[in-house]
Write a new protein. Structure first.
Length: 574
């Protein structure tokens, strides 16, 4: 059975437990119960093998120094968490009459880091509700059956991460929410990770090399997990240290739980709003990977973001601010600020708007200008449509690096059009109708790595995306058609004012003489109004002209349709 099939089977078995919630909960509320119980059951199964040893150690040393005891219990448990309650999921069933108080005792027996996770789920009220409605015992019993066997011998950490995500997807569908805001399709992450680590020989082949990776909108931690798995498979001696921040409490709780389960330092996963409450201020990272929300307004964070913008480049938003209607470029600026000065690479997903929105001098244009004039942009990869769960629109991976100097990429940007590299799904998942197969991931990675022009790859100078927006003035004319003079100079007529876009690589005067003066000999440029702008018209560069069908062919088709229609009408009126 494939990994995907095993994950779907296990997720379906766990989700079926929600049948016990019918009548007490509405379908869109099932996930609020199933998710935290799945996390607790996973912890329960992991700790089962050392449960007795942990209880013995605790009972012997519970009156001693708490900090010291914590460390000892971690060691005995074999994990960065433990449980000192005498109960397990299975032994809770021995006392049905006291299921609520015993279950609370069980939860309170976990180490503080697990209790923080459970608090983020806001699970306490659900315990009360299930107890009052007499279903708590039945639900816990269902989680002790083989369908909910979540022991590591039965389901790996990688598979468990997928199961969490699949349950979230089902919960989101029932809740009519965007599943895509919580996680990114794994094939997209694998492509991003391939790009991130490409040609990093030190970490791929070195001995005992440690690197850091950061996700500013980490969701359930899928991107961080895939990156760790990728590096571990290539070089088991290297260590990838994960950092992340997540706004949604549920997905934060799952991410932190996943980190604990894998033996990582879960304290490196922070809760909060990255834009208004940066938990990693002043820190930098070797790799940055993210799929931040796009098309989402940031009015709630506006005051704090604008105050930080006043700091200029001492803050994160020095290059400029996008419209409050869409905050995705703020996450891009945050990622840039987190780059390790010694060398970092970023892979971040955006929709099409950061490529071109905003006129010269606007916030988005100034952000693009900063990125390109500081030679930070390596590549932009256009992904196929309909590969995300919550949107079918065009999406792009931006690849940035501050280590281009002295390489063939210096001063260059590669655009890769992978729009057609997909395969249709047999069954849609929300808006996800297509997948990027492994063969396409390899092809895109190879295209990026070879850094040469092909049918799907084009290479440009940074300046190719820049332009000067000039203001062309023409004189106001009097009744005789003569220029109106002010202090001996022609007075500009706002009704006859126009603008022109001059590519950065072209001399403005030469352009003006060729494109403007032959048609408006009395025009001049108001140089004080010149503005530099940058845009990346991605689709224009890959546009392919398709000739219209011959008119004779179209006419023949129309006549054939008319004949068919006449015959159909004749049958109707018989």
């Amino acid at each position: 059975m494939s990994l995907s099939s095993r994950v779907n089977e296990k997720a379906s078995l766990i989700w079926a437990i929600a049948d016990k919630l019918t009548g007490v909960y509405k379908p869109h509320e099932y996930g609020e119960v199933i998710l935290p119980l799945t996390v607790l059951r996973r912890f329960d199964c992991i700790l089962a093998d050392t449960k007795t040893a942990v209880l013995d150690t605790y009972n012997k040393l519970k009156d001693q120094n708490l900090d010291l005891l914590d460390g000892l219990l971690y060691e005995v448990a074999g994990h960065k968490f433990y449980n000192i309650s005498k109960y397990t999921f299975k032994t809770l069933l021995d006392d049905p009459d006291n299921i609520e108080s015993n279950f609370r005792d069980y939860i309170n027996g976990f180490s503080d880091n697990v209790q923080d996770i459970i608090r983020k789920f806001k699970f306490d009220n659900h315990i009360t509700t299930m107890a009052d409605k007499h279903i708590l015992y039945m639900v816990i019993k269902e989680f002790t059956t083989d369908k909910a066997n979540l022991h590591p011998d039965h389901i790996s950490n990688l598979e468990m991460g997928y199961v969490f995500e699949e349950i979230i997807r089902r919960f989101s569908e029932a809740h009519n929410e965007d599943a895509g805001q919580h996680y990114t399709p794994r094939e997209v992450i694998r492509l991003m990770v391939n790009i991130l680590f490409h040609d990093d020989n030190a970490v791929l082949s070195g001995q005992n090399v440690a690197r850091t990776i950061y996700d500013c909108a980490c969701g359930t931690g899928g991107m961080l997990s895939v990156a760790e798995e990728y590096l571990a498979n290539l070089n088991s001696t290297s260590k990838l240290i994960s950092f992340g921040q997540e706004l949604n409490d549920q997905t934060f709780a799952i991410c932190k739980a996943d980190m604990l389960i894998k033996g990582n330092d879960a304290e490196r996963i922070k809760s909060g709003n990255t834009l208004s409450d940066d938990q990693f201020s002043g820190e930098t990272f070797d790799y940055i990977i993210s799929n931040p929300p796009f098309g989402r307004e940031w009015k709630n964070e506006e005051a704090i973001v604008k105050n930080e913008a006043k700091l200029g480049f001492d803050g994160r938003f020095g290059p400029g601010l996008p419209s409050t209607a869409d905050g995705q470029m703020l996450f891009l600026e945050n990622a840039i600020k987190k780059m390790n000065p010694q060398g970092s690479r970023i892979a971040i997903i955006h929709n099409g708007s950061p490529l071109f929105t905003g006129d010269a001098g606007s916030g988005p244009s100034e952000i693009r200008r900063y990125i390109l004039e500081n030679d930070l942009l390596e590549a932009i990869i256009a992904l196929p449509n309909d590969i995300f769960y919550n949107t079918g629109i065009a999406t792009y991976i931006w690849v940035l690096s501050n280590k281009k100097a002295g390489t063939p990429r210096e001063g260059k940007v590669q655009l890769i059009n992978a729009n057609d590299l997909y395969e249709k799904r047999r069954k849609s998942l929300g808006n996800k109708r297509n997948d990027i197969p492994e063969s396409a991931i390899k092809e895109i990675t190879k295209t990026y790595g070879e850094f040469r022009e092909t049918e799907i790859s084009k290479i440009f100078d940074n300046e190719d995306f820049g332009y000067t927006k000039i203001t062309v003035e023409r004189p106001m004319l009097d009744e005789d058609g003569k220029p109106v003079l002010v202090k001996g100079k022609p007075k500009a007529d706002t009704k006859r004012r126009d603008t022109e876009i001059v590519p950065l690589k072209e001399d403005i005067e030469t352009y003006f003489k060729r494109e403007v003066l032959p048609f408006a000999p009395d025009a001049w440029i108001d140089t004080k109004k010149n503005k530099i702008g940058y845009e990346i018209p991605f689709t224009r560069y890959f546009y392919k002209y398709v000739a219209p069908r011959p008119s004779d062919e179209i006419m023949a088709e129309i006549k054939a349709l008319e004949i068919d229609l006449d015959g159909a009408l004749e049958e109707v009126f018989k």
